[in-house]
Ligand binder design. Structure first.
Ligand code: SF4
Length: 418
């Protein structure tokens, strides 16, 4: 069957970049301190202190995409880690306990651990377990959950004060001080990459959309693991040029765009192309998602510590359902979305709890229907192929049966699990 989507030229650069990233991380730890960090850690400070970073969550995604998660997760489960825990955590702990059977032999051993709970509480226990197992110091950065819209001044001050403590802690364990020049450069490069990433994503408002969710899920890797480096900027400049070219030529990510969809939650990594091909075949393109949108906020550099505190405290899943509903409504309206697909992700409780309410609220505000799919981002044992296929077909039939532009006041519909 002929392919119904356009492959990105830049994906070759991405493969090269990420292969180099993992290869160099194996060596870099020999010449500078290496920290394992969570995806929402203020990495700009660590770069400014000459500390290299590796992201266990990105490793989890990689393991998930390679369908190598279950045997690793089982290593952790046999050691008493509950199967209900996040599969990134279970796979990564499994790779630490049994590196011989882990892709790439696991991650290079760290000198430091830095975890920020702006994404979830799981990372606290996960990193504590790592600290115990590896006998490595751990810094926990507490970014309070945002129950109300608008970040309170005292929260910003509280987080900023911890960033100062983190600097002192890194110095204590490595002897490295914060180099202001390197720090300023990391902030500038981080902002440049984030701004490019935001511009690329915004271009998906075009009809047809130049990118589909699988493109976004793959090309997001550098904004996570190479934030604050020139490599990320160079990659996103190239990707932006390719996306601009597509928009100028009226070329879509899929060959015939009939429906424009929004994806909520982390990708189902082991099903990335197979799952999305069900939508692509029907002319449904995911023009926007909430997950890759999370790395679109730059840091105010007037007062870098306050700016970092502000940006890292307000990541998407550190905010209330009301705030998320507002953001999602905005995305639905700006990107001309016809339907929303929510991945109810067994692993990621903070992302998944409240999704039914979100679906209802955003549907009510926009008139756009939603579909709930239950699965897991890495653990293939939690993917039921036939029921998922059936639900997707029912949802596509629903889209087919309705006009594509719906008055904002009409009440949305949901296709749910049975
Ligand atoms: S629970 Fe969710 S936010 Fe936390 S590490 Fe796992 S996937 Fe990431």
């Amino acid at each position: 069957m002929p392919r119904k989507f356009r492959k990105l030229e830049t994906s070759k650069d991405l493969t090269r970049l990420m292969t180099r990233y993992y290869a160099t991380r194996k060596l870099v730890g020999k010449v500078q301190p290496l920290a394992w960090v969570t995806s929402g850690a203020p990495v700009e400070i660590l770069i400014g202190m000459g500390v290299a970073t590796v992201y266990p969550e990105n490793y989890g995604a990689l393991v998930g995409a390679q369908r190598a998660a279950v045997p690793l997760a089982q290593v952790a489960e046999e050691k008493g880690f509950s199967p209900d825990l996040c599969s990134y955590a279970r796979c990564h702990v499994g790779s630490v306990l049994n590196p011989k059977n882990a892709p790439q032999g696991g991650l290079p051993k760290p000198d430091l651990l830095v975890a920020c709970n702006n994404i979830c509480g799981t990372v606290i226990k996960w990193y504590q377990a790592l600290a115990q197992e590896l006998n490595v110091p751990l810094f926990l950065l507490d970014a309070p959950y945002q129950h109300e819209p608008g970040l309170a001044d005292h929260t910003v001050q509280y987080v900023a004060a911890q960033l100062e403590e983190m600097i002192a802690w890194v110095t204590q364990h490595t002897g490295h001080k914060l180099n202001q020049k390197k720090f300023a450069q990391a902030l500038r490069l981080s902002n440049e990459a984030v701004n490019l990433w935001r511009e690329i994503r915004e271009m998906c408002q075009a009809r047809p959309s130049p990118l589909n969710a699988p493109d976004l899920f793959l090309t997001m890797a550098p904004i996570v693991v190479l934030r604050g480096t020139k490599d990320a900027v160079v990659f996103y400049e190239k990707l932006k040029a390719e996306v601009e070219g597509r928009v100028a030529r009226g070329e879509g990510a899929i060959l015939e765009e009939r429906y424009r969809l929004l994806w909520d939650n982390i990708a189902i990594w082991y099903q990335l192309f197979r799952l999305f091909s069900l939508f692509t075949e029907a002319g449904a393109c995911f023009v926007v998602d909430t997950y890759t949108n999370a790395w679109s906020v730059s840091v105010d550099t007037d007062d870098p510590m306050l700016g970092l505190a502000q940006t890292y405290s307000t990541v998407y899943i550190n905010q209330s359902i009301q705030a998320r509903a507002g953001l999602m409504t905005d995305l639905v309206e700006r990107f001309g979305v016809d339907g929303m697909v929510f991945h109810s992700n067994r692993s990621c409780k903070p992302y998944s709890l409240g999704q039914y309410e979100l679906l209802e609220q955003v549907s009510q505000r926009t008139g756009v229907p939603g579909l709930m799919l239950e699965a897991d981002m890495c653990d293939t044992r939690l993917y039921a192929e036939e029921p998922i296929k059936n639900r997707i077909q029912a949802f596509l039939d629903l889209l087919e049966s309705r006009p594509l532009s719906v008055p904002a006041s009409s009440v949305g519909e949901a296709v749910e699990a049975h």
